[in-house]
Design a protein around this ligand. Sequence first.
Ligand code: CP
Length: 313
Amino acid sequence: MRIMNFYDKDIVSIRDLNRKQIEEILEVSERMVPYAMGDKRTKCLEGRILGNLFFEPSTRTRLSFESAAHRLGIDVIDVSEMSMTSISKGETLADTIRMVDAYCDLIVLRHPHEGAARLAAKFSINPVVNAGDGAGSHPTQTLLDLFTIKRAKKKIDGLNIVLVGDLKYGRTVHSLIDALAMFGANLTFVAPESLQMPDDNMKHVKEMGANPAVTDDLTDVIRYADVLYVTRIQKERFPDPSEYNKVAGMYRIDNEMLREAKSDLVVLHPLPRVDEIAPEVDGTPHAKYFEQAFNGIPVRMALLYLILGGEGI
Ligand code: CP
């Protein structure tokens, strides 16, 4: 069945979606899993073209969108460096988007500047999906995070979810907390004061009814956590490298620290990690971050399917 309320829709922010719509995306994502794994085949969107514009480095988001497109029979055109486009000759982002819009049916954009995806959506007739805009937001990451939590814990409502690391510049957490507040999870923010959740994001989740706890001490809260969402300190977004050096390496999850945790604690990370999760954690039942990265494929398949009007799955 085609779910019309996604057809041709931009996904710029998780705030563009309500809880019911998110639940629908998660349901369709579940149906996509056998296709994402290659156990079932479909060409249900054959003849459609995805424009993958990545003006900032990416492994997971770019390749999982590409893989998701191929699994649905969609062709992909892509750019992975701004220097390889006519932006390097002075063309504006708006004009670039107008051009790419004419060459494809849906644009996926990653850009270093917050607000770039919203601007792209304004100038594109076809739908635009935000694949991360500076320190702004990363809504498709949030959808796969929710999918991973739901699969692991069978629910989201009422879970104790601890987010740790760079909550100031980390766009994944900015999107995720909006969705978690929508689902009624209990939030705890763990970061040094200089990297705590920005006031605007905090204000927004409070308006949604959440009441996040705030601390810089992970050991104090890890024992209550159902989900520990670890993030990298976003070195590239620090205006002053000496400020980065003050906070680098402040939190490191290792097996010693996890001894304090619940036996069914789920550890997530949007990746890439640097040194915030020790490799020894990878082999424990807590580690779900590689599964989380795989989940980008069924979730992005579901989005492409719904937005482009796929049928038959
Ligand atoms: N999680 C995530 O956005 O990873 P990439 O930067 O590799 O796309």
